[in-house]
Structure formats: structure tokens, C-alpha cells
Design a binder for this molecule. Structure first.
Ligand SMILES: [Zn+2]
Ligand SMILES: [Zn+2]
Length: 78
């Protein structure tokens, strides 16, 4: 099945719990959360910047939020 190499995998966003295709979102280099395009990039312009080689940082890391506050919001969810 050659087209399996192009199959789309789905995962859940750590921020909003929505399922998204891994090709549209990604993993933040700083907090290591798996995020949908909306929570990883925030805007289309940013997504283009990453395509051009900018660091893959989520919206909250770019806002300078401390890592432990990001992590604790995740713990509270579970
Ligand atoms: Zn999300
Ligand atoms: Zn992050």
C-alpha cells in the first residue's frame, strides 16, 4: 500500500483536546506539548515563518509564560 506513507495521523491537542492532523500542528520545542495549528502557531503568518525556519514555539511559550504554569494547567485537566 504505497499511499500509506502519505496517510494522515490524528492526535489530540494538549491545549484544547481537539483532534487534528499531525501535519497541521506540531510539538512545541520548549514545552514539548503536542498542539493543533491554532495553539501552536496562533496565526497563519507565524506558520509561514516556521516553514521558513523559525523555531517551533507555541503561543504560550512565545508569550513568555513560565513552563510550570503551562504544565500545571495540563495536570489540572487530568
Ligand atoms: Zn488546540
Ligand atoms: Zn510551548
Amino acid at each position: 500500500m504505497p499511499f500509506f506513507t502519505k496517510s494522515i495521523f490524528f492526535t489530540e491537542c494538549d491545549e484544547c483536546d481537539r483532534r487534528f492532523s499531525v501535519t497541521s500542528g506540531g510539538v512545541c520545542e520548549r514545552c514539548r506539548r503536542i498542539l493543533c495549528a491554532r495553539h501552536l502557531h496562533g496565526s497563519l503568518g507565524r506558520r509561514i515563518a516556521i516553514g521558513l525556519g523559525a523555531k517551533m514555539l507555541c503561543v504560550r511559550c512565545r508569550n513568555g509564560e513560565p513552563l510550570d504554569s503551562i504544565a500545571s494547567s495540563e495536570v489540572g485537566k487530568r
